[in-house]
Design a protein around this ligand. Structure first.
Ligand code: AMP
Ligand code: MG
Length: 298
C-alpha cells in the first residue's frame, strides 16, 4: 500500500455498538434520591474516541431522519424532546448537530425564555401546551415547563406554595400528552462547573459568540448547588415510564451528541412508525402513467 492509500484509508467504526445508552443514562425507576454529584459529567461509552463518536452520530442521524419520515407519513404518534441544562452545557449545539437534523416539515424547536407579560397572565403550561407536537410531528423544547420549578424556585419568582404544586401538575400534563400518543424524552445535559467556565472563556475569546455573554450566567454559578438541588427534585418527582429523565454526560460535546442521538434513534425504533397503506388502485394508477407516457412519446 502506498503512503497516500494509507492516509486515505478510513477506519471502519462499529456504528451500532452493543451498548445500551438508555440503560446507561436513564435515571433508574427506584425510590432512590437523585444525586447528580454521583453521576459523571464525562464518559466515552463504547466509543474509541471523538472520530468514532462523530461517525456514529452521523449514522444515527440518518436513521432518525428515516424513522421521522415514517412517523410523519403515519400521522399518528409524535415525539417530544425536552432539553434542560445549565448555561453553556450545549443545548444549542445538540440541536444543531442532532435534533435539528430532522426534516423541518415535521420537526420544530421551541425556545422558552423569560415569559412575556401575556404568557405570565396565563397558567404556566399555556405556552407549553401550544408547542406540544401534533400527530406525526416532533417538538424539541429548548428549556421547558421545568423552568417553572427550576429558575422560578431558585430565584424565588413565585412563592413556594405555588411552585411546589407544579410537580403534580407537570406529571398530569405529561400523562395527557402520552395519552394522545406522544412519546416524551427528557434530557438533562450534565456539565461540570469547571467545563462550564472553560466554555465561558471561549465565548469571551470569540467575537462571534459575544452575543451569548450574559452577566446572569455568572450569578447562576454562585447558585450552582441550589440549581442542582432543584434539578434533583424535579427529576425525582417527575420521572416516569411515560416521560423519563436521562442525565447525559456533557463535558465531551461529541459524546453528548452521540448518546442523545442513540437514545432518540432507539426510541423511534421502538415506536416503529409505519408508512401508510396504499389508498389507491395501483393498477389503475400504473395504467394512467403508461397512457401519459405513450401519449408523450407519440
Ligand atoms: P437562554 O436559554 O440561555 O437563551 O435563556 C433563557 C432564559 O429564560 C434563562 O435564563 C431561563 O432561566 C429563562 N426562563 C425560561 N423559562 C422561564 C420561566 N418560566 N420563568 C422565568 N425565567 C425563565
Ligand atoms: Mg444563556
Amino acid at each position: 500500500m502506498s503512503t497516500d492509500d494509507a492516509q486515505n484509508e478510513q477506519p471502519t467504526w462499529d456504528l451500532d455498538p452493543k451498548f445500551d445508552f438508555i440503560d446507561a443514562h436513564r435515571l433508574p425507576f427506584l425510590d432512590d434520591k437523585v444525586s447528580l454529584k454521583k453521576i459523571d459529567t464525562e464518559c466515552s461509552g463504547p466509543f474509541e474516541g471523538k472520530a468514532h463518536g462523530k461517525a456514529f452520530t452521523q449514522a444515527a442521524n440518518d436513521e432518525i431522519r428515516d424513522l421521522q419520515y415514517r412517523m410523519f407519513t403515519e400521522g399518528k404518534q409524535s415525539l417530544l424532546v425536552v432539553l434542560q441544562a445549565p448555561d453553556a452545557a450545549g443545548k444549542d449545539g445538540l440541536i444543531r448537530k442532532v435534533l435539528g437534523q430532522m426534516n423541518p416539515q415535521g420537526c420544530r424547536t421551541y425556545p422558552f425564555k423569560v415569559p412575556s407579560s401575556e404568557e405570565r397572565s396565563h397558567d404556566f403550561l399555556w405556552r407549553i401546551h401550544k408547542a406540544a407536537p401534533a400527530a406525526g410531528k416532533v417538538s424539541v423544547f429548548n428549556r421547558s415547563h421545568y423552568e417553572d420549578v427550576l429558575v422560578v424556585r431558585v430565584e424565588d419568582l413565585v412563592p413556594k406554595s405555588v411552585w411546589k404544586e407544579r410537580y403534580q401538575i407537570i406529571n398530569d400534563f405529561e400523562k395527557l400528552l402520552a395519552h394522545r400518543g406522544t412519546r416524551i424524552l427528557k434530557f438533562y445535559l450534565h456539565i461540570s462547573p469547571h467545563e462550564q467556565l472553560e466554555r465561558f472563556k471561549k465565548r469571551l475569546d470569540d467575537p462571534t459568540k459575544h452575543w451569548k455573554l450574559n452577566a446572569g450566567d455568572y450569578a447562576a454559578r454562585d447558585k450552582w448547588d441550589a440549581y442542582r438541588e432543584a434539578y434533583e427534585d424535579a427529576m425525582e418527582k417527575c420521572h416516569s415510564k411515560i416521560a423519563p429523565w436521562h442525565v447525559i454526560p456533557a463535558d465531551k460535546k461529541w459524546y453528548r451528541d452521540a448518546s442523545v442521538a442513540a437514545i432518540v434513534r432507539e426510541t423511534l425504533r421502538d415506536m416503529d412508525p409505519q408508512l401508510p397503506p396504499l389508498d389507491a388502485d395501483l393498477d389503475e394508477i400504473r395504467g394512467l402513467y403508461e397512457r401519459e407516457l405513450s401519449e408523450m412519446n407519440e
